[in-house]
Design a protein around this ligand. Structure first.
Ligand SMILES: NC(=O)c1ccc[n+]([C@@H]2O[C@H](COP(=O)([O-])OP(=O)(O)OC[C@H]3O[C@@H](n4cnc5c(N)ncnc54)[C@H](O)[C@@H]3O)[C@@H](O)[C@H]2O)c1
Length: 420
């Protein structure tokens, strides 16, 4: 039996065990949901899960900052109308703030927990969620460093053992037009894959300016995008979508190695923390397939969010769901159900039927591949998958206490940054 068959059989066995464990006890029952991290995506995920099934209710909310929870509660109140009327019901005693907010949410009578904080908190929160026996939706990425993402792999495995769902928020995998394009690639429509070109090149994003009364850690967590211990840098936080598509096309198998570069040319102001503003990474997969990935966040530049897969018989454009091939051109113009909404449909159906959805393995591989690319650029070295499986890089700060002082980590300098 080759390695691939072995892995497939092992995962089929885990799925079967998970199905047996879950049964279908939630077939018609109300599914109660809690949310951890009440920002833009969190509120979006609330709408998505409520739309996926009429018998879902939001009953608990956790947020680090009281002011943000208050503003989220106002928005949630406004949502509590029409088809959602009566389905967002979060009593005061189910609202939690501070660093332990997630413990409060998990102690509520919930079946499902939505994880939509900055990804630096993901491993810690996911470990607690699986211990508490909750079905998990975890926004991408699943962590910001190798140590954290390996912890999430253990969470994914535990979900399988316990019959719990694990939905990683790599939403493009639920966009109908892209699913059909990737299926065609996997079925040989462009021949043998030779090269992939992906980019997530955009403009500038938000920043949160420091207030006088904010200690270092409060500033970092409010302006979280610009600190890699919270966001993973933009290759991991945003570029990860295209890295995920690249891994998906390659059969959700990890790359062998990454080599690349990056830096910050435009975003040099203090308010941009210590992350880069551009990356260019070359990933090498089995059979000498190379995937070139770029991401850039610089104002006034050409936006390009695209993925091209080049095969021996043709080329596929994933975002446009378009194939030009000697075997026949093909295009799907309609995307299907909006992808953030679409991902919650099989998630809920799986919980109700007992055949729980678990896309954790592939979500872990994609998250780790993003971190691998960042480490390659930061260090200027070749980073192998074997290295990622044992890397001790752990970006967790000594404390997340909001009143803590902590000097800002330096901008990584290739050739100096230590690969650990
Ligand atoms: N799938 C997608 O297309 C997509 C799109 C946007 C964002 N995201 C992901 O969603 C996550 C959140 O992004 P966002 O845009 O909503 O950011 P955001 O800043 O709008 O929201 C994050 C919220 O989490 C809160 N928070 C921070 N630390 C917390 C903690 N320890 N416990 C509880 N709450 C905490 C913040 O105060 C904030 O309100 C990120 O992982 C991001 O990558 C995914």
């Amino acid at each position: 039996m080759n390695r691939r068959n072995f892995v497939q059989m092992a995962s089929m066995a885990t799925i079967a065990a998970a199905q047996a464990a879950t049964g279908s006890k939630k077939k018609d029952a109300t599914l109660n949901v809690g949310i951890i991290g009440c920002g833009a995506r969190g509120l979006g995920a609330v709408v998505n899960i409520l739309s996926a099934d009429k018998n879902v209710k939001i009953i608990a909310a956790g947020e680090l900052f009281p002011d943000k929870l208050a503003s989220a509660m106002e928005k949630l109140d406004r949502l509590n109308t029409g088809e959602f009327e009566g389905r967002i019901d979060i009593p005061k005693e189910n609202q939690f703030t501070g660093l332990d907010n997630y413990k409060g949410v998990l102690a509520c009578d919930i079946d499902i927990v939505l994880h939509t904080t900055p990804p630096g908190f993901r491993p810690q929160h996911l470990e607690a969620a699986v211990e508490a026996g909750k079905h998990i939706f975890a926004e991408k990425p699943l962590g910001v460093d190798a140590v954290g993402i390996r912890k999430v792999q253990a969470v994914v495995d535990k979900c399988k053992e316990k019959g719990l769902s694990f939905l990683g928020g790599f939403c493009y995998r639920f966009r109908d037009s892209m699913v059909n394009t990737v299926d065609k690639i996997h079925n040989g429509h462009i021949g043998e894959i030779k090269n992939i070109q992906c980019s997530y090149n955009t403009g500038l994003l938000w920043t949160r300016l420091r207030q006088e009364n904010w200690a270092d850690m409060e500033y970092y967590t409010r302006n979280w995008y610009y600190y890699n211990f919270l966001s993973g840098d933009h290759i991991v936080e945003q570029g990860i979508h295209n890295i995920d598509k690249m891994c998906w096309v390659m059969g959700s198998k990890p790359p062998l190695e990454a080599y690349g570069m990056g830096g910050r040319i435009v975003r040099t102001d203090d308010k941009f923390g210590h992350i880069y503003d551009h990356f260019s990474i070359q990933y090498k997969f089995e059979d000498d397939v190379y995937a070139n990935f770029t991401c850039r966040q610089q104002g006034g530049t050409e936006r390009r969010v695209a993925d091209y897969v080049v095969g021996t018989e043709g080329t596929a454009d994933l975002m446009k769901a378009k194939i030009k091939s000697k075997k026949g051109d093909w295009r799907q113009r309609k995307q299907g159900i909006q992808m953030h909404a679409a991902e919650h449909i099989p998630f809920i159906k799986g919980i109700r039927s007992g055949k729980v959805l678990n896309n954790g393995d592939e979500s872990v591989i994609s998250s780790m591949t993003g971190v691998m690319g960042r480490m390659a650029a930061y260090s200027g070295k070749v980073v192998t998958w074997e290295h990622m499986m044992k890397s001790k890089e752990d970006l967790t700060p000594p404390t997340y206490d909001l009143s803590a002082s902590m000097s800002e980590p330096p901008v990584a300098q290739p050739g100096i940054y230590e690969l650990i």
